[in-house]
Design a protein around this ligand. Structure first.
Ligand SMILES: Nc1nc2c(ncn2[C@@H]2O[C@H](COP(=O)(O)OP(=O)(O)OP(=O)(O)O)[C@@H](O)[C@H]2O)c(=O)[nH]1
Ligand SMILES: [Mg+2]
Length: 282
């Protein structure tokens, strides 16, 4: 599978974020807990270098709990602050504390001059990671537009939490050059790339391999089909089990692919992390 992914407007979004950086005291970087490595962009880290950061492993409800803990601990040590989060459900306390911890030195500096500082927090990350949902959770209201597809947030938007805390929502960012097709496939599998730019059948075949590696037995348990053999045989078996057949009795692979992607993304195959902490070379 060959993924090409950098739409023209992303360079503009990156520029818009860069223009606002002077105002920003803390950067909340939203990564997807199902792919905590591939969704943490080096390009974004470079853009934000020097800022106090909080890494949020969002959508933790869809990821393997143990893996999320390992990755959160690791990022906490590496970047100072990291929390796992479910923007649909979790109370905001732990994340707010992490933001306040990250902001503390700035607040302190201003306090010494007798000034009460408004802390400005950028929320950034790959498309569809849940940036707007995180903001809404922190705000306790639907201030930012959310949606279950990438590219929902189009421009920068300030959301005021209180007199001394403001959040900046931003459009999802990818980076110009794909370093690894493997990472790109994971980013695609979790739903951070637009459907229109993907060969979904090829992606579903790649996802079958990822799933067999990340959680053996998950495919068999969900679809009642053998998960050994070539990926296309597994997809075919899924189609047959679900009755996705074309007129001549052939498996409707495109339909099966779409369902598999949707069900994985919706957590129907269980809580799965595609990047095992133990496997990573650090
Ligand atoms: N299960 C689950 N779903 C989540 C979580 N956070 C966000 N979502 C859902 O994921 C989808 C994407 O959320 P958004 O907040 O729009 O994501 P975003 O990062 O702002 O996306 P863009 O603006 O398109 O870059 C929405 O359907 C959210 O309801 C989470 O922690 N768990
Ligand atoms: Mg958004």
């Amino acid at each position: 599978m060959d993924i090409q992914w950098y739409p023209g407007h992303m360079a503009k979004s990156r520029r818009q974020i860069a223009e606002k950086l002077k105002l920003i005291n803390v950067a909340v970087i939203a990564v997807d807990a199902r792919a905590p490595k591939s969704t943490l962009s080096d390009d974004l880290l470079t853009l934000l270098s020097g800022k106090a950061c909080v890494i949020v492993l969002n959508k933790s409800d869809l990821a393997d709990e143990r893996q999320t803990k390992l990755w959160t601990d690791y990022y906490g040590k590496k970047f100072g602050n990291a929390v796992s989060f479910n923007a649909m459900r979790d109370p905001k306390g732990a994340l707010l504390s992490a933001v306040n911890r990250a902001a503390a030195p700035v607040i302190e500096r201003y306090a010494q001059k007798g000034v009460k500082k408004t802390v400005r927090v950028l929320v950034a990350g790959v498309p569809n990671a849940g940036k707007s949902a995180i903001i809404n959770r922190l705000a306790g209201r639907r201030s930012a537009k959310e949606g279950d597809k990438p590219g929902v947030t189009r421009g920068l938007q300030w959301v005021k939490l209180s007199d001394n805390l403001e959040l900046l929502d931003s459009p999802g960012l990818l980076w110009p050059k794909i370093e690894s097709q493997e990472a790109a496939a994971k980013i695609a599998a979790i739903g951070s790339l637009k459907r229109e730019i993907l060969d979904e059948t090829a992606l579903a075949l790649a996802l079958i391999d990822m799933l067999r590696d990340a959680k053996p037995g998950a495919l068999a348990a969900r679809y009642g089909a053998a998960e050994e053999g070539a990926a296309h045989e597994v997809l075919e078996a899924v189609c047959r089990k679900r009755g996705f057949l074309l007129r001549q009795g052939e498996a409707d692979l495109d339909r099966g692919a779409r369902i598999l992607l949707d069900e994985f993304r919706g957590g129907r195959l269980g809580r799965i992390t595609l990047e095992r902490f133990e496997d990573d070379e650090r």
